[in-house]
Ligand binder design. Sequence first.
Ligand code: PLP
Length: 448
Amino acid sequence: MKKNHEYFERAKRFLVGGVNSPVRAFRSVGGEPPIISHAKGARLYDVEGTEYIDFVSSWGAAILGHAREEIVDSVARAARDGLSFGASCDAEATLAELVLSAFRGADKARFTSSGTEAVMTAVRLTRGVTGREKLVKFSGCYHGHSDAVLLKGGSGAAQFSAYDGIPTGVARDTLVAEFNDTQGIERLFETHGHEIAAVILELVPCNMGVVLPDAGFLKEVERLCKKSGALLIADEVITGFRFGFFGVQKLYGITPDITTLGKIIGGGMPVGALVGRSEIMNCLAPEGRVYQAGTLSGNPLAMCAGIAQLSILKNDPSVYKTLSALSAYLNDGLKQAVKTSNKSVFLNAKESLHTLFFGASDASDFSSASKCSVAVENLSPESACSDVVKDFSSASKCSASAYAEYFGKMFGAGFYLPPSQFEACFLSAAHTKEDVNIYLQAVKRNLS
Ligand SMILES: Cc1ncc(COP(=O)(O)O)c(C=O)c1O
């Protein structure tokens, strides 16, 4: 049987770094990535036949697990009718209606082929609507790889301190603030309020690892936008439909002007979307003068996958209920593991999303913090954010090498975790209590 190594060597001959998305190359954690042959439920299988319990879940898209039958059947049926029309199909309006039913105050949608494109379009739209040029983003939040939002980006971009190819002019128009720093964002608005077209943020950042928003911080951002006439873009590419048939904005009482979506709404196929009020969305072409288009936008296979996934999420209330209960069980277990660990380790979790952050072995970077810290929020945002890892600056102090060591042990034991500290682990509805117990045992073993 050919080994992962041989497949990866071949990939490196033909693909840059052997991959099509940088984090997959395992540069942060060392070693070689597995080459996946197939996936089912909560399991991934590589070309050597090794089975992994998957806590990446296609970065959240596979909320129902991999290769869920109803979704696969729906895509297969659609495929027989044609892969791409270059013209409209009815499934586009059906998916739009489903998505919009979950967002109060959003009347119109535009589908793209990725979250990156959705954000890129949202940013252009805010500039077109307001006639202003500056964009505010938060360090450690990741919004895809378009020029305007990549600066101080989380996720894979967090491994790089500078990115070539972004024009200085674009960089000058992106103002970067620290997440959870209310005074910092207030200062930015005092100086630039009249020039700011939009603020974009992940309401619960997941791309610097999971970080919980401080009570009041999100409300203050919303207030500042309203006061200055800037638009608020909630990037819910990860959090949309993650905690229930709604966006996380509902849990925090935030009403953004535009919401960007991806991942879950595509059921595993390439999809992104932006949704918002008609008066804003109608500034897009063909109604308005802000141009955006896509050969594969509204692709029939992608639309059908999204419809199948969202229909299950909408019509079977047991899915979110079970996922919530399993998440609470997992997070309790993780709390215990962190509290009894002799390592410097910090847990941030929001329901089915969690990150274990590792301090340096002597915890010197967090000298004022206790050796371990736990910040877990279930559905209602009642608890305060972590006093340890609460922004990109604190996340960046965590030890990449300690995470890499932990990752290596977990990977060797058959768990596929995010191959970088600056990511979330995703629980899916296909994980079982037994999977979670096996995972917790391994976490405990490797934290001691
Ligand atoms: C919050 C957020 N926004 C945007 C994106 C970009 O989405 P895509 O990778 O589909 O381009 C991502 C990707 O992980 C994301 O997490």
